[in-house]
Design a protein. Structure first.
Length: 95
């Protein structure tokens, strides 16, 4: 059984087809993708260029690991992506 994960992306702008999908697919199989919409943030977040954002676009993913590739490859790609304000990758344990 392959490990399963949930990923939440907080993006600067609404993108119907996220360019991040291709990066995610290099390591994971996308089981489900849900558009959470544009929401006001609890506190402003500065992006890498120093611009302050009070709103963000949320995208939620259910993922299955493709192979034994380390997760830090994806986190490194998301860290370098200028459109990603924040992300959260969580491993799901089956009990």
């Amino acid at each position: 059984m392959r490990p399963e994960y949930e990923l939440t992306l907080l993006l600067k702008k609404d993108e119907s087809e996220c360019p991040q999908d291709d990066r995610i697919r290099t390591i994971f199989v996308i089981k489900n993708k849900e558009n959470g919409g544009r929401k006001r943030l609890a506190y402003p977040i500065d992006d890498k260029d120093g611009k302050r954002h009070e709103f963000g676009h949320f995208v939620y993913y259910d993922l299955v690991k493709r192979d034994d590739t380390e997760n830090y490859f994806l986190t490194r790609l998301l860290d370098q992506d200028p459109d990603v304000l924040r992300y959260l990758l969580v491993a799901i344990r089956k009990v």
